[in-house]
Ligand binder design. Structure first.
Ligand code: C2E
Ligand code: MG
Ligand code: MG
Ligand code: MG
Length: 289
């Protein structure tokens, strides 16, 4: 009985997905309906320049506003979507929605916001992925150079040969690439410098204990040093405290993202955040004069 499992009801079915169950079919049916009925929402989390505090980008993170279960996080429905063709429809919907919402911020005068979108392996393995993506961006009238694609290490390393081609085509079209959750997969470091990537996102597990655990600090330090050597941008994920921010700044980390700067929120909220930010910057300018 779904309800008795509470808010996380689907979690159970996701973890037992190998056995075909009617619950799985229910989730699949509900998710398809969710797409049609506009129950999915894109939330945005600010990405911030560690030194200036300026918002330089946002990461798009999908949510399901379920009519009975409340707001569901991606881990509660994306695994099943990944197993079906639904992930393609969801991904296309996320990209379209995010491009249209972020474009409105450009029109409000915030021209320098980068939009980071998570892509699933199913999407980028498609033979015409890059052409289709370029066509989508044209249709949405969204500048390619403002889009950053987040891929996890393992997705890239699984099929390195094809990935080099795909990533090169993306780079030729000015779309930048970030390696997500960096340090938790199995990156071949010798290949890293041959890939046309732009950003390494330090996984939040390393940021979490950065002040108490020397090992974590050492790992972040090594990743930042490597990124600097390879001229890659760094985003540290999961920054929750001022202490963590201080450590990351001291290590030379350029960009940060985490609850300390803001949780993932709907588009309207981010626009307010941008406006507040602009006001405080203007205020600082006046104070400096
Ligand atoms: P991710 O891309 O690594 O996204 C970062 C996750 O960390 C997000 O979880 C975010 O809410 C969470 N987070 C951010 N700051 C903090 C912090 O300070 N502390 C903690 N504890 N967590 C923080 P979320 O939104 O639940 O997303 C989970 C994963 O689902 C994402 O990990 C990404 O891999 C995937 N995902 C989300 N949206 C999409 C999407 O539209 N398409 C695809 N293919 N995957 C998505
Ligand atoms: Mg991500
Ligand atoms: Mg991540
Ligand atoms: Mg992740």
């Amino acid at each position: 009985h779904v309800k008795s499992r509470g808010k996380d009801g689907y979690q159970f079915f996701v973890s037992s997905m190998n056995t075909p169950s009617s619950n799985r079919l229910i989730l699949e049916r509900d998710l398809r309906k969710a797409l049609e009925d506009d129950q999915l929402k894109v939330y945005y989390q600010p990405q911030v320049n560690a030194q200036s505090g300026e918002i330089i980008g946002v990461e798009a993170l999908v949510r399901w506003h379920h009519p009975e279960k409340g707001v569901l996080s991606p881990s509660q429905f994306l695994p099943l979507a990944e197993e079906t063709k639904l992930i393609v429809d969801i991904s296309n919907w996320v990209l379209k929605t995010a491009c249209n919402e972020v474009k409105k911020w450009f029109q409000e005068g915030y021209h320098n916001i980068r939009l980071a979108v998570n892509f699933s392996p199913k999407q980028i393995e498609h033979p015409r992925f890059v052409q289709a993506l370029i066509a989508q961006l044209k249709r949405y009238d969204f500048p390619a150079e403002k889009l950053e694609i987040e891929l996890t290490e393992n997705v890239i390393m699984n099929d390195l040969e094809n990935m080099v081609k795909t990533l090169s085509m993306l780079a030729e079209n000015k779309i930048t690439i970030a390696i997500d959750d960096f340090g938790t997969g199995y990156s071949s470091l010798s290949y890293l410098h041959t890939l046309p990537i732009h950003t390494l996102k330090v996984d939040q597990s390393f940021v979490k204990n950065i002040q108490e655990k020397r090992n974590e600090a050492c790992i972040v330090n090594a990743i930042v040093a490597m990124a600097q050597g390879l001229k890659l941008n760094i985003v540290a994920e999961g920054v929750e405290t001022e202490t963590q921010l201080k450590y990351l700044k001291a290590l030379g980390c350029q960009e940060v993202q985490g609850f300390y700067f803001g949780r993932p929120q709907p588009a309207e909220y981010i626009l307010t955040l941008l406006a507040e930010h602009k006001n405080s910057q203007q205020k600082n300018q006046y104070e400096a004069v």
